[in-house]
Design a protein around this ligand. Structure first.
Ligand code: ADP
Length: 269
Protein backbone atom coordinates (compact mmCIF):
# COMPACT_ATOMS: atom_id res chain seq x y z
CA UNK A 1 0.00 0.00 0.00
CA UNK A 2 1.23 3.48 -0.92
CA UNK A 3 1.36 6.12 1.78
CA UNK A 4 -0.44 9.31 0.74
CA UNK A 5 0.29 12.69 2.32
CA UNK A 6 -2.65 15.11 2.30
CA UNK A 7 -2.60 18.83 3.08
CA UNK A 8 -5.90 19.85 4.71
CA UNK A 9 -7.10 23.43 4.64
CA UNK A 10 -10.30 25.01 6.10
CA UNK A 11 -11.63 27.99 4.17
CA UNK A 12 -14.73 30.10 4.97
CA UNK A 13 -17.68 28.99 2.84
CA UNK A 14 -20.41 31.29 4.13
CA UNK A 15 -21.10 33.08 7.42
CA UNK A 16 -21.59 29.87 9.39
CA UNK A 17 -19.90 27.11 7.45
CA UNK A 18 -16.40 26.23 6.44
CA UNK A 19 -15.19 24.21 3.51
CA UNK A 20 -12.49 21.59 3.92
CA UNK A 21 -10.05 21.35 1.02
CA UNK A 22 -7.56 18.54 0.71
CA UNK A 23 -4.61 18.33 -1.62
CA UNK A 24 -2.38 15.33 -2.36
CA UNK A 25 1.18 16.51 -1.58
CA UNK A 26 2.82 13.05 -1.62
CA UNK A 27 5.07 13.99 -4.52
CA UNK A 28 6.15 17.26 -2.88
CA UNK A 29 6.92 15.46 0.40
CA UNK A 30 9.05 12.91 -1.47
CA UNK A 31 11.04 15.66 -3.21
CA UNK A 32 11.61 17.38 0.12
CA UNK A 33 12.79 14.15 1.74
CA UNK A 34 15.26 13.51 -1.10
CA UNK A 35 16.51 17.08 -0.76
CA UNK A 36 16.94 16.80 3.03
CA UNK A 37 18.82 13.49 2.65
CA UNK A 38 21.09 15.05 0.04
CA UNK A 39 22.00 18.03 2.26
CA UNK A 40 22.65 15.66 5.18
CA UNK A 41 24.90 13.48 2.99
CA UNK A 42 26.91 16.41 1.63
CA UNK A 43 27.41 17.83 5.14
CA UNK A 44 28.54 14.46 6.42
CA UNK A 45 30.98 13.94 3.53
CA UNK A 46 32.54 17.38 4.10
CA UNK A 47 32.62 17.14 7.87
CA UNK A 48 34.96 14.13 8.00
CA UNK A 49 37.89 15.66 6.07
CA UNK A 50 37.39 19.01 7.80
CA UNK A 51 37.57 17.32 11.22
CA UNK A 52 40.77 15.51 10.24
CA UNK A 53 42.45 18.68 8.93
CA UNK A 54 41.26 20.67 11.95
CA UNK A 55 42.68 18.04 14.31
CA UNK A 56 46.12 18.11 12.69
CA UNK A 57 46.20 21.92 12.67
CA UNK A 58 45.29 22.08 16.34
CA UNK A 59 48.02 19.62 17.28
CA UNK A 60 50.59 21.64 15.34
CA UNK A 61 49.34 24.91 16.80
CA UNK A 62 49.47 23.60 20.39
CA UNK A 63 53.10 22.49 20.16
CA UNK A 64 55.58 24.45 22.25
CA UNK A 65 58.35 24.06 19.69
CA UNK A 66 58.03 23.42 15.98
CA UNK A 67 58.62 19.81 15.07
CA UNK A 68 59.57 19.57 11.38
CA UNK A 69 59.32 15.76 11.42
CA UNK A 70 55.74 15.88 12.66
CA UNK A 71 54.89 18.55 10.12
CA UNK A 72 56.30 16.34 7.34
CA UNK A 73 54.13 13.51 8.59
CA UNK A 74 50.93 15.59 8.85
CA UNK A 75 51.17 17.57 5.61
CA UNK A 76 50.54 14.70 3.14
CA UNK A 77 47.56 13.56 5.21
CA UNK A 78 46.09 17.07 5.25
CA UNK A 79 46.69 17.37 1.51
CA UNK A 80 44.86 14.10 0.87
CA UNK A 81 41.84 15.28 2.85
CA UNK A 82 41.83 18.59 1.02
CA UNK A 83 41.96 16.76 -2.34
CA UNK A 84 39.04 14.65 -1.21
CA UNK A 85 36.95 17.74 -0.51
CA UNK A 86 37.99 19.24 -3.83
CA UNK A 87 36.86 16.13 -5.76
CA UNK A 88 33.57 16.10 -3.90
CA UNK A 89 32.89 19.78 -4.64
CA UNK A 90 33.82 19.29 -8.31
CA UNK A 91 31.42 16.32 -8.59
CA UNK A 92 28.69 18.35 -6.87
CA UNK A 93 29.17 21.21 -9.33
CA UNK A 94 29.09 18.83 -12.31
CA UNK A 95 25.90 17.27 -11.00
CA UNK A 96 24.24 20.62 -10.37
CA UNK A 97 25.19 21.82 -13.88
CA UNK A 98 23.66 18.66 -15.35
CA UNK A 99 20.49 18.98 -13.30
CA UNK A 100 19.95 22.69 -13.83
CA UNK A 101 20.85 23.30 -17.44
CA UNK A 102 18.70 22.19 -20.34
CA UNK A 103 20.14 19.44 -22.52
CA UNK A 104 22.21 21.04 -25.26
CA UNK A 105 19.96 21.64 -28.24
CA UNK A 106 22.62 21.62 -30.87
CA UNK A 107 25.17 19.00 -30.06
CA UNK A 108 28.60 18.77 -31.56
CA UNK A 109 30.28 15.96 -33.48
CA UNK A 110 32.36 14.15 -30.90
CA UNK A 111 35.48 12.38 -32.12
CA UNK A 112 35.16 9.03 -30.33
CA UNK A 113 38.53 7.86 -31.51
CA UNK A 114 40.21 10.77 -29.71
CA UNK A 115 37.95 10.29 -26.69
CA UNK A 116 38.92 6.61 -26.37
CA UNK A 117 42.62 7.44 -26.69
CA UNK A 118 42.26 10.00 -23.87
CA UNK A 119 40.37 7.50 -21.70
CA UNK A 120 43.11 4.91 -22.25
CA UNK A 121 45.78 7.38 -21.11
CA UNK A 122 43.71 8.24 -18.04
CA UNK A 123 43.06 4.57 -17.25
CA UNK A 124 46.74 3.74 -17.45
CA UNK A 125 47.55 6.74 -15.25
CA UNK A 126 45.07 5.62 -12.59
CA UNK A 127 46.06 1.97 -12.76
CA UNK A 128 49.81 2.64 -12.59
CA UNK A 129 50.54 -0.74 -14.09
CA UNK A 130 48.43 -2.66 -11.59
CA UNK A 131 45.92 -3.86 -14.24
CA UNK A 132 45.89 -4.92 -17.85
CA UNK A 133 43.94 -2.28 -19.75
CA UNK A 134 42.78 -2.96 -23.32
CA UNK A 135 40.74 -1.10 -25.95
CA UNK A 136 38.63 -2.53 -28.79
CA UNK A 137 37.16 -0.20 -31.41
CA UNK A 138 35.14 -1.50 -34.26
CA UNK A 139 32.82 1.25 -35.24
CA UNK A 140 32.49 4.74 -36.68
CA UNK A 141 34.38 7.55 -35.16
CA UNK A 142 31.83 10.34 -34.79
CA UNK A 143 28.93 10.68 -32.40
CA UNK A 144 26.46 13.57 -31.91
CA UNK A 145 26.69 14.76 -28.33
CA UNK A 146 28.52 16.91 -25.81
CA UNK A 147 32.20 15.95 -25.67
CA UNK A 148 32.60 17.38 -22.20
CA UNK A 149 29.62 15.55 -20.74
CA UNK A 150 30.41 12.25 -22.44
CA UNK A 151 33.99 12.42 -21.25
CA UNK A 152 32.88 13.01 -17.69
CA UNK A 153 30.50 10.00 -17.82
CA UNK A 154 32.94 7.62 -19.53
CA UNK A 155 35.84 8.54 -17.28
CA UNK A 156 33.68 7.91 -14.20
CA UNK A 157 33.00 4.38 -15.50
CA UNK A 158 36.68 3.83 -16.20
CA UNK A 159 37.83 5.07 -12.80
CA UNK A 160 35.22 2.88 -11.07
CA UNK A 161 36.45 -0.17 -12.98
CA UNK A 162 39.97 0.50 -11.74
CA UNK A 163 38.85 1.40 -8.23
CA UNK A 164 36.87 -1.81 -7.75
CA UNK A 165 39.30 -4.22 -9.42
CA UNK A 166 42.15 -5.67 -7.39
CA UNK A 167 45.70 -5.63 -8.69
CA UNK A 168 46.30 -8.05 -11.58
CA UNK A 169 42.73 -7.69 -12.95
CA UNK A 170 41.69 -6.79 -16.49
CA UNK A 171 39.87 -3.65 -17.64
CA UNK A 172 38.46 -3.62 -21.19
CA UNK A 173 37.14 -0.53 -22.93
CA UNK A 174 35.13 -1.07 -26.06
CA UNK A 175 33.24 0.94 -28.70
CA UNK A 176 31.23 -1.30 -30.97
CA UNK A 177 28.43 -1.30 -33.46
CA UNK A 178 25.46 -3.65 -33.10
CA UNK A 179 22.53 -3.96 -35.54
CA UNK A 180 20.33 -1.30 -33.92
CA UNK A 181 22.74 0.48 -31.61
CA UNK A 182 26.26 1.64 -30.82
CA UNK A 183 27.72 0.77 -27.47
CA UNK A 184 30.47 2.15 -25.26
CA UNK A 185 31.36 -0.33 -22.54
CA UNK A 186 33.79 -0.79 -19.69
CA UNK A 187 34.29 -4.31 -18.31
CA UNK A 188 36.36 -5.31 -15.34
CA UNK A 189 37.27 -8.50 -13.54
CA UNK A 190 36.82 -6.86 -10.16
CA UNK A 191 34.78 -7.37 -7.01
CA UNK A 192 31.38 -7.19 -8.77
CA UNK A 193 28.08 -6.01 -7.33
CA UNK A 194 25.40 -8.11 -5.57
CA UNK A 195 22.24 -8.14 -7.68
CA UNK A 196 20.01 -6.38 -5.12
CA UNK A 197 22.18 -3.24 -5.18
CA UNK A 198 22.18 -2.74 -8.95
CA UNK A 199 18.86 -0.83 -9.28
CA UNK A 200 19.99 1.80 -6.74
CA UNK A 201 23.58 2.41 -7.90
CA UNK A 202 22.83 5.63 -9.77
CA UNK A 203 21.27 7.30 -6.71
CA UNK A 204 23.39 10.12 -5.31
CA UNK A 205 25.70 8.83 -2.53
CA UNK A 206 24.52 5.23 -2.87
CA UNK A 207 27.43 2.86 -2.28
CA UNK A 208 27.59 -0.91 -1.86
CA UNK A 209 30.46 -0.62 0.60
CA UNK A 210 30.83 2.86 2.07
CA UNK A 211 34.25 2.23 3.60
CA UNK A 212 35.73 0.79 0.43
CA UNK A 213 34.41 3.62 -1.74
CA UNK A 214 35.72 6.36 0.57
CA UNK A 215 38.97 4.49 1.14
CA UNK A 216 39.84 4.63 -2.53
CA UNK A 217 38.70 8.15 -3.21
CA UNK A 218 35.08 7.63 -4.31
CA UNK A 219 32.58 10.45 -3.78
CA UNK A 220 29.45 8.34 -4.29
CA UNK A 221 28.35 10.70 -7.08
CA UNK A 222 30.00 9.14 -10.15
CA UNK A 223 27.10 7.01 -11.35
CA UNK A 224 24.59 9.79 -10.62
CA UNK A 225 26.61 11.94 -13.05
CA UNK A 226 26.65 9.07 -15.57
CA UNK A 227 22.86 8.69 -15.28
CA UNK A 228 22.25 12.36 -16.14
CA UNK A 229 24.66 12.43 -19.07
CA UNK A 230 23.16 9.24 -20.47
CA UNK A 231 19.61 10.64 -20.22
CA UNK A 232 20.66 13.90 -21.89
CA UNK A 233 21.97 11.87 -24.84
CA UNK A 234 18.79 9.75 -25.04
CA UNK A 235 21.01 6.76 -24.35
CA UNK A 236 20.60 3.91 -21.87
CA UNK A 237 22.86 2.61 -19.10
CA UNK A 238 23.06 -1.18 -18.75
CA UNK A 239 24.79 -2.79 -15.79
CA UNK A 240 25.77 -6.47 -15.74
CA UNK A 241 27.64 -7.75 -12.71
CA UNK A 242 28.44 -10.87 -10.71
CA UNK A 243 30.02 -10.71 -7.26
CA UNK A 244 33.70 -11.76 -7.40
CA UNK A 245 33.54 -12.10 -11.21
CA UNK A 246 33.40 -8.50 -12.38
CA UNK A 247 31.14 -5.88 -13.89
CA UNK A 248 30.25 -4.44 -17.27
CA UNK A 249 28.76 -0.97 -17.66
CA UNK A 250 27.36 -0.23 -21.14
CA UNK A 251 26.18 3.10 -22.50
CA UNK A 252 23.88 2.28 -25.38
CA UNK A 253 23.19 4.91 -28.08
CA UNK A 254 20.65 4.74 -30.87
CA UNK A 255 22.21 4.56 -34.33
CA UNK A 256 20.81 8.01 -35.15
CA UNK A 257 23.46 9.42 -32.79
CA UNK A 258 26.21 8.35 -35.16
CA UNK A 259 27.47 11.19 -37.29
CA UNK A 260 29.00 11.07 -40.74
CA UNK A 261 32.73 11.59 -40.91
CA UNK A 262 33.71 15.18 -41.53
CA UNK A 263 33.18 15.54 -45.31
CA UNK A 264 36.03 16.72 -47.44
CA UNK A 265 35.03 18.12 -50.85
CA UNK A 266 36.66 16.16 -53.62
CA UNK A 267 38.89 18.38 -55.79
CA UNK A 268 36.93 17.59 -59.00
CA UNK A 269 33.72 19.32 -57.80
P1 ADP B 1 31.80 5.85 -5.83
O1 ADP B 1 32.45 7.18 -5.83
O2 ADP B 1 31.47 5.33 -4.47
O3 ADP B 1 32.52 4.86 -6.69
P2 ADP B 1 29.69 5.74 -7.85
O4 ADP B 1 28.40 6.50 -7.93
O5 ADP B 1 30.63 5.89 -8.96
O6 ADP B 1 30.34 6.14 -6.46
O7 ADP B 1 29.35 4.19 -7.68
C1 ADP B 1 28.38 3.81 -6.69
C2 ADP B 1 28.73 2.45 -6.11
O8 ADP B 1 28.59 1.45 -7.13
C3 ADP B 1 30.16 2.33 -5.62
O9 ADP B 1 30.30 2.79 -4.30
C4 ADP B 1 30.39 0.82 -5.72
O10 ADP B 1 29.86 0.18 -4.58
C5 ADP B 1 29.54 0.41 -6.93
N1 ADP B 1 30.35 0.29 -8.17
C6 ADP B 1 30.44 1.19 -9.18
N2 ADP B 1 31.23 0.72 -10.18
C7 ADP B 1 31.65 -0.50 -9.80
C8 ADP B 1 32.48 -1.52 -10.40
N3 ADP B 1 33.05 -1.35 -11.60
N4 ADP B 1 32.68 -2.67 -9.70
C9 ADP B 1 32.10 -2.85 -8.49
N5 ADP B 1 31.30 -1.94 -7.87
C10 ADP B 1 31.08 -0.79 -8.51
Amino acid sequence: PREIVLAIQLVPFDSTRKLMLSRDITQLEMVQTVHRDFVANVSHELRTPLTVIGGFLETLNDMENDDPALLRQFLPMMMEQSRRMQTLVEDLLTLSRLENSPAPLTSEKVNMHEMLETLMVEAEGLSQGRHRVTLTQQTGQWLWGSARELHSAFSNLVSNAIRYTPEGGRISLSWREEPERVVFSVSDTGIGIPREHIPRLTERFYRVDRGRSRGNGGTGLGLAIVKHVVARHHARLEIHSEPDQGSTFCVVFGRERMADPVMVESPGK
